[in-house]
Design a protein around this ligand. Structure first.
Ligand code: PGA
Length: 271
């Protein structure tokens, strides 16, 4: 079908209107990589590179021991430092865990919850992800909630059902007011750290399914206002075409968040 210039321009306006409703968020997930000194050196390196680039929020989620020094290094800049997980109990005998209050007392605003590595290697389930999400939100934190299908689920054609189910289970009993502090990161597990990236069309479609699920739970306006990121081998070369998609409002970036030039290029792609 020949494209109609009036329709194309209408489509662009609608896309712009939708995007204007929500904030683009480019978040790095450092995972278990930088020592505190390396984290500080990285922030000092990237700070001038992203200075003044305010069309998106820039966050690095860091291992607990890196948070305080990285925050100190990021002071006065447009970079925020978040955590990579949080426990659901307020306090007590939970060796090795960190509570939301411990994080908020340091001024930490953002936390990743439900990352596929937590689900795969640390036995996290939709139930524990939901508990952590509710605890973080109750403490006033902003949650980057990760979900996504594994390879077999994509190959078997059940991706939509899987992400829709995860969205419902992970957001169980989250109030409409709390939902305003939730970002969902759609991360197909087969694309994480593998160099395989979802095509922009796949990312857009699945983020759209997640948005529709949120709409079924909280209404269309809430769903349209929600930032939904794509994550999984996003890098300087593929970020632009992923971020250009209507339903993709940012990225959660692993490997490329450890290299200042690559991460900055992704920030630039979001400008
Ligand atoms: P990756 O990781 O960019 O290295 O694939 C993404 C993530 O795990 O959040």
């Amino acid at each position: 079908m020949a494209s109609n210039p009036h329709f194309e321009s209408y489509k662009k306006d609608v896309i712009k209107m939708n995007n204007a409703k929500r904030r683009t968020v480019i978040a790095g997930n450092w995972k278990m990589n930088f020592t505190p000194a390396e984290a500080v050196a990285f922030i000092n390196e990237i700070k001038p590179m992203v200075e003044g680039k305010n069309n998106c929020d820039i966050i690095f989620c860091a291992p607990y021991v890196d948070i305080a020094p990285a925050m100190e290094a990021a002071k006065g800049s447009n970079i925020k430092i978040g955590a990579e997980n949080v426990h659901f109990e307020e306090k007590g005998a939970y060796t090795g865990e960190v509570s939301a209050k411990m994080l908020t007392s340091m001024g930490v605003e953002y936390v990743i919850i439900g990352h596929s590595e937590r689900r795969q290697y640390f036995a996290e389930t939709d139930e524990t992800v939901n508990k952590r999400t509710k605890a973080a939100l109750a403490a006033g934190m902003k949650v980057i909630l990760c979900l996504g299908e594994v390879k077999d689920e994509r190959l078997n054609g059940i991706t939509n059902e899987v992400v829709s189910m995860q969205t419902k289970l992970d957001l169980k009993d989250v109030t409409a007011e709390e939902l305003k502090n939730v970002i969902i990161a759609y991360e197909p597990v087969w694309a994480i750290g593998t160099g395989l990236t979802a095509t922009p069309e796949q990312a857009d479609e699945t983020c759209g399914v997640i948005r529709d699920t949120v709409a079924s739970l909280y209404g269309r306006d809430a769903a349209e206002a929600m930032t939904i990121q794509y994550g999984g081998s996003m890098n300087d070369a593929n970020a632009k075409e992923l971020l250009d998609k209507v339903n993709v409002d940012g990225g959660l970036i692993g490997g490329a968040s450890l290299v200042a030039a690559k991460f900055t290029a992704i920030v630039d792609a979001a400008q």
